[in-house]
Design a protein around this ligand. Sequence first.
Ligand SMILES: [Zn+2]
Length: 414
Amino acid sequence: MDTVHVQGLRCRECGREYDAAPIYTCEWCFGPLEVAYDYAAITRATSREKIAAGPSSLWRYGDLLPVQGDTAVDLGTGFTPLVRADRLAAELGLGEVWVKNDTRNPTNSFKDRVVSVALSKALEFGFKVAACASTGNLANSVAAHAARAGLRSYVFIPSNLEQGKIVTTSVYGGNVVAINGNYDDVNRLCAELADVYEWAFVNVNMRPYYAEGSKTLAFETAEQLGWQAPDHVVVPVASGSLLTKIRKGFDELYKVGLLDDEPRVRVSGAQALGCSPVATAYLEQSDTIRPVKPDTIAKSLAIGNPADGYFALDVVRTTGGGFSAVTDDEVVEGMRLLARTEGIFGETAGGVTIATLKNLAAEGVIRPDERVVVYITGHGLKTLEAVSPTCGPTATIAPTLDAFHEAFEVEKDV
Ligand SMILES: [Zn+2]
């Protein structure tokens, strides 16, 4: 990576342009800012061959990211396996299903993608402190990447988070601040802190750059499918940013000549019933996303007032996708279904995604003739609480053959 093909930032509402700086809202209309690229320059600079010769990480797509190569904070994030899931597909009556296994990132969630980009950009801007508001996975990732980059860190989390996510954040040595409130309270506090302290809040003042990291999930999917876009993707929705950026990623690949055919990816969204403001708006055919107070075991998706909710809703509608809001029981069932059929242990958000795949397949929204990709964004070890009541030893026995024979009637030749 030598040059960065960034023109600046552009307001997603009114289109006004700004220089690339650590800012995130439009002064005129308070709309969110997004990175604007020189796509003609990227088209000239990039090629499938150049990407294939790059590192086995998200930095192989450096031409399509807003960061200088020499400041990259790299823990080896990205280029995670895309696994053909025939057993899962058969169980759901589907044809070609693939699982993008983002549990395989350095801190075991897709958040390593956005944090790699955000903290690389933070170093470029000269920040000394990294910070974030998090439902858990982002906290893990910011703490780890800050350690790697030699930055101090403050991560802010709701105090009721899973133990696994607190331990795997604090181990990296930064400050972990547990707030007595939900994510939306934490986020509001961080917006206030961002006005007071000159810190790189990855999902506040660094948000335009941070969000770009999610595009790499689309880039990798297309490359791993032999430079083809899938027909249908299923994406978990928290803030809604991931879903919109996956769509943007496929579109950009076509724009810069890396895909031959214009992608027509149908995008479906997955939420837990206990925090489903975007799914509810979709199902009620409403344009208004009403904030909710989250109450679900899928804590990583528990954002009651999603910043990109409207954009996510628009993508699902305009691409002809669908939405499902699944119960906590369905979440657990989804986690176990993926583990049982494919040997992949996803966290609760993964359970939400698999349960949504199942529901939309049953409703006929996802069809057997489609090539489907589902995004498993975090590892199940982070949310053991969800499955531990239903997972344990099949039997507990004395260490004797007799005891085994008593417990299990197994034919000797099988
Ligand atoms: Zn604006």
